[in-house]
Design a protein around this ligand. Structure first.
Ligand code: 2BA
Length: 114
């Protein structure tokens, strides 16, 4: 498979681990190719999941809608060392709201399945 620069995007979506199974299965059921990478949030230092998806331009909105429908917001406790070390908070926060999902959409120059 080879696509031209203009007709494809790479979606990079960071999803809470508790939602990752639902996001993954919903995307797969809808016919999208998905790569799931285990990742760690730099702030909370807890595990999350990063999805990589190469899709056609006109599929981007559908993929984002599926991710949105399967990603919840959560309030999580801030670990003690992040509360107290240079986070930019004027008042150290006890909790932060995490998610739904953080999604980046990147232009793809070239894609080949070899
Ligand atoms: P974490 O880095 O563990 O961040 C967890 C939550 O902590 C964030 O939720 C946000 O509410 C808060 N937070 C993170 N950094 C902060 C900071 N410097 N000051 C104040 N609050 C902060 P979300 O924004 O929903 O992000 C969830 C996860 O998505 C993040 O986990 C990180 O792995 C990823 N992420 C979010 N934005 C990103 C970005 N711009 N670039 C790369 N990764 C990002």
């Amino acid at each position: 498979m080879q696509r031209r620069e203009s007709d494809m995007k790479l979606i990079l979506a960071i999803v809470n681990n508790d939602d990752a199974h639902f996001v993954n299965s919903s995307l797969s059921k809808a016919g999208f190719f998905v790569t799931k990478i285990s990742s760690t949030g730099g702030f909370l230092m807890s595990g999350n999941s990063t999805f990589l998806m190469g899709v056609k331009d006109d599929e981007v909105d559908r993929v984002i809608e599926i991710i949105r429908n399967n990603s919840k917001k959560r309030v999580q406790k801030v670990p003690f060392d992040m509360k107290n070390n240079g986070t930019g908070f004027s008042q150290p926060a006890e909790t932060v709201t995490v998610g739904g999902a953080t999604v980046f959409v990147l232009n793809v120059e070239d894609c080949r399945h070899l």
